[in-house]
Design a protein around this ligand. Structure first.
Ligand code: PAF
Length: 284
């Protein structure tokens, strides 16, 4: 496995690597969820293709009050994990490699990024689009893999790629969960024992919502209230948002027809967790 810190070295290393090249952008602190993205990348690349993982905690997607400094950076452990799942190339740029001190260009998506996480983290999606655009230009992959836990991020990146006509397939990988249902996240390690115990409520609330919708519930407001009430049953949970939206437009649904996304962000102490449930092809 090659590890490159500079854009020049990475480009030189990739010149001799076979195509297709499939990229998995990450911020490190890798867990089983990331490894599932790598497996999806390998499936797309085939045994002969090249799987590239980038590890970069991207400052431009954090607001000043957020956890950029505290974000875990277990690089040696991450490299071992990459090796263990057969990654070919890892790109670990320093901040100065990705951003010149006077960097002044940002990539903005102006529709899908407005609601949900974009409302409470207004800087977030322009930071993600900017860094992912740059990674795409550096690596020039045929495909890239993103997790469905960050459903809105996936939608925004698909839109960026479509609108800028980049020849890159965006592959969605399903949410990977802990045995009790909590969606895997690098931020789960911030949770104290009691918050970790209560955080399972997010998955439970989404599971009940799934049962309700599959049982015929079609009123978005009532569904939202059900999810909110369930989460509020966990004393440490502080809801940032719970929304029932169309999974393509990410806008509120007047009524549920054949598809629905229930997306949520909830804080336990200073740790903000996200999760979602997307149901498509619902019977009328
Ligand atoms: O999902 C993430 O880990 C990050 O937002 C990403 C896509 C690597 C961009 O920094």
């Amino acid at each position: 496995m090659d590890v490159h810190e500079s854009i020049e070295d990475l480009r030189a290393g990739l010149r001799s690597r076979p195509h297709p090249v499939v990229l998995v952008p990450t911020m490190g602190a890798l867990h089983e969820g990331h490894l599932s993205l790598v497996r999806a990348a390998r499936e797309r690349a085939g045994a002969a293709g090249t799987v590239v993982v980038s590890i970069f905690v991207n400052p431009s997607q954090f607001a000043p009050h957020e956890d950029f400094d505290a974000y875990p950076r277990p690089l040696l452990q991450d490299l071992d994990l990459c090796r263990s799942v057969g990654v070919d190339v890892v790109f670990t740029p320093a901040r100065e490699v990705m951003y010149a001190p006077d960097a002044s260009v940002r990539v903005l998506e102006e529709q899908l990024s407005q609601g949900l996480c974009g409302r409470s983290r207004p800087h977030f999606f322009s930071g993600v689009c900017t860094v992912v655009a740059k990674l795409f230009h550096i690596v020039q992959p045929e495909a890239a893999v993103f997790g469905e836990k960050d459903f809105q991020q996936l939608a925004v990146i698909r839109r960026m790629v479509r609108d800028l006509a980049w020849p890159i397939d965006i592959i969605a990988a399903p949410i990977v969960r802990e045995p009790d249902g909590l969606a895997m996240s690098s931020r789960n390690q911030y949770l104290d024992a009691e918050s970790r115990r209560q955080a399972v409520v997010l998955h439970q609330a989404l599971q009940r919502a799934r049962e309700a919708v599959l049982g015929g519930a079609r009123n978005p407001q009532a569904l939202r209230e059900q999810v909110v009430a369930e989460i509020q049953g966990a004393p440490l949970a502080r809801i940032d948002y719970v929304e029932v939206v169309d999974p393509d437009a990410l806008t509120p649904l007047p009524s549920i027809a054949n598809q629905v996304l229930i997306a949520l962000a909830v804080r336990f102490g200073s740790t903000r967790l996200i999760d979602n449930l997307c149901l498509r092809k619902l019977p009328a």
